[in-house]
Design a binder for this molecule. Structure first.
Ligand SMILES: Cc1cc2nc3c(=O)[nH]c(=O)nc-3n(C[C@H](O)[C@H](O)[C@H](O)COP(=O)(O)OP(=O)(O)OC[C@H]3O[C@@H](n4cnc5c(N)ncnc54)[C@H](O)[C@@H]3O)c2cc1C
Length: 342
């Protein structure tokens, strides 16, 4: 990574990062985008600050300081306004303009992904979504993303002559605070638009959390995957465990070939690439074709009867055990904790 100032054609201003402050605590997306922006600001030798909607808890605000945040702008708006995606976009765009920022970052989660095109349109800005890497090359910001099912990397550069709305792929977001980061002396400002913001055309009426049983495995947070080491009966136990802990189910290629699941749950080089917080590999040998699809998982735990299976060396924690003995005990234990009688 090269460090240096961008050769901006226009006024660079500070980098702004949008953080969703609707929950009591900062979520992993927020922590990740704060960490990423602090890193990018360091690379660009630029100042940065955070923008979010009023209503944030003191706890969430205080947690930002660890990431070196020094300024937080809270946008004031009525509940009716901030429940509408298009009005939210307009308010964030107005606040971004008011701050003279040319670079606005968001995590590419449901909210960030939906807001980004609205913001780019409002700001007459360039749009780059799901970046996996940002660096400086020849005075320009070089942005990379994966396309065609993560098989091809595509790079673009930005010279700062037009504003840029940039979303970062959640798979590369880490909530780790940069080493030597000094906690910021956080200054909170409130901002509201001077004129009227046109009425909402859409309104959020309910937030429905994603169902892990049906969510695309590429978005899964917790996964349980079965390989050939699970017999047919063993596979029903894996399904039961997955349901009990509200996780997403995955399989290896041979398990898919046996018809255990549809292709959309097959994980690996020719299947889906996943990056959950927790990946439990049951009866999976850990071939390179499978590991290629799970290596970005934050924590891999495996159970395999063979201590020499490659999955063992590729796990954060590996249990050498027979699934025929482990699964009934695990299910019983989970039921005793969840109180599930099913
Ligand atoms: C071009 C190509 C692309 C491929 N793409 C993919 C892909 O995308 N995804 C994928 O998964 N594979 C893919 N494969 C297949 C891959 O090479 C492996 O064959 C496959 O991943 C192995 O699946 P497995 O771990 O379920 O089975 P196995 O390799 O047979 O492993 C089963 C494991 O279960 C353990 N076991 C057995 N009984 C028990 C028990 N009672 N308790 C505990 N453990 C037990 C065994 O020790 C063993 O380690 C691809 C292959 C090729 C050639």
């Amino acid at each position: 990574m090269t460090t240096g100032k961008l050769q901006h054609a226009g006024k660079p201003g500070e980098i702004l990062v949008f953080v969703d402050l609707s929950e009591d605590e900062l979520d992993d997306y927020s922590k990740g985008i704060l960490s990423e922006t602090s890193r990018l600001a360091k690379t660009l030798s630029a100042n940065w600050s955070v923008i979010g909607f009023a209503g944030a808890t003191d706890h969430a605000i205080a947690a930002m300081a660890a990431y070196g945040v020094e300024k937080l702008t809270l946008i004031e708006g009525s509940a009716e306004q901030t429940d509408s995606l298009d009005v939210r976009g307009k308010l964030i765009a107005l606040a971004t303009r008011a701050q003279g920022s040319a670079l606005l970052l968001l995590p590419h989660n449901d909210l960030g992904g939906a807001l980004a095109p609205l913001l780019a349109a409002q700001l007459d800005a360039a749009l780059f979504v799901e970046a996996i890497a940002c660096s400086v090359a020849e005075g320009r910001l070089k942005l990379t993303r994966q396309v065609l099912g993560a098989q091809v990397a595509q790079a673009k550069t930005w010279d700062g002559s037009v504003p840029l709305v940039l979303t970062i792929n959640p798979k590369v977001l880490s909530s780790v605070v940069l080493p030597n980061m000094q906690p910021g002396k956080l200054q909170v400002e409130r901002w509201q638009p001077t004129g009227a913001v046109s009425a909402a055309t859409t309104r959020i009426i309910e937030r429905i959390p994603a169902d892990p049983q049906t969510v695309d495995v590429t978005e899964a947070e917790v996964m349980v995957s079965a390989g050939l080491g699970c017999s047919e009966q063993g596979f029903s136990q894996v399904q039961e465990l997955t349901r009990l802990i509200n996780a997403s189910l995955g399989v290896t290629r041979p398990a898919y070939d046996l018809g255990y699941t549809g292709f959309e749950r097959m994980v690996g080089q020719t299947g889906k690439t996943v990056a959950p917080r927790f990946y439990l590999a049951l009866g999976i040998s850990g071939s390179m074709h499978h590991i290629g699809g799970i290596k970005d998982s934050k924590r891999i735990v495996s159970v395999n009867i063979d201590p020499k299976a490659p999955i063992v060396a590729n796990s954060d924690e590996a249990f050498v055990a027979d699934l025929r003995e482990v699964m009934p005990l695990l299910i019983e234990r989970v039921k005793s904790v969840t109180g599930d009688a099913a």
